[in-house]
Design a protein around this ligand. Sequence first.
Ligand code: CDP
Ligand code: CDP
Length: 227
Amino acid sequence: MNHNLAIAIDGPAAAGKSTVAKRVAAKLSYIYIDTGAMYRALTLKALRENISLENESTVYDILKNTTILLKQNKDSQSVLLDDQDVTEEIRSQQVTNNVSVVAKHGAVREEMVKRQQDLAAKRGVVMDGRDIGTHVIPDAEVKIFLIASVDERAERRHKENIEKGYNSNLEQLKDEIRKRDQIDSEREVSPLLKAEDAIEIDTTSLSIEQVAERILQVVLDCKGEEE
Ligand code: CDP
Ligand code: CDP
């Protein structure tokens, strides 16, 4: 029996998805796939080409001619946009403020979901995003939905920015997170939504280790049931 599973981790901005997903993947020797990085890379390209981000067909045309590669290094991952390393650049404020507009287009999502499903074709994968449990891997054996209060999520990003030596304004971060959550939750195509069979974990007062441990326990239980 194949004991390698697909683990879907969804939730709003800065709930801890990628940090925890990476840990869980490392513990299980699974592949980690950051789907948000793919939408961010496309947003960067669209911004560079100075097109209207609201124009679905133009954004889609760009995506069709774009390769986005999530490259696994020994201890990290890099994101290659048409062979150029954009790992840092896709985290910029400008990309963050515009990515939800790019990600709301149906044609864009359809193409992205196809690419993501190809990446997740083999089990032994932890994938994080907004629609993984609902659309990308609806048959994932483990589905987790991470949440935390807006205040806590903004505090976490603020702390992270300060540690990296970036300028950071807590109130602005709260606004940005609220706005992005709203667009992601209200869009017509595959909005941010907890899958019916997902386990919700409120991480507001939990450490990264505690969240990772809980997910690993769910994985263990799931494997136990499969035996
Ligand atoms: O890490 P953070 O929460 O800031 O965001 P991210 O995971 O990098 O995703 C950036 C944006 O991409 C989200 O706000 C969504 O608009 C979009 N996204 C999406 O629509 N579907 C996904 N599966 C992943 C990300
Ligand atoms: O991927 P997502 O946007 O959901 O969040 P993230 O980038 O993994 O986490 C945002 C920040 O919160 C990072 O600096 C994490 O180290 C931190 N974090 C935390 O303090 N406690 C947790 N339980 C989870 C994440």
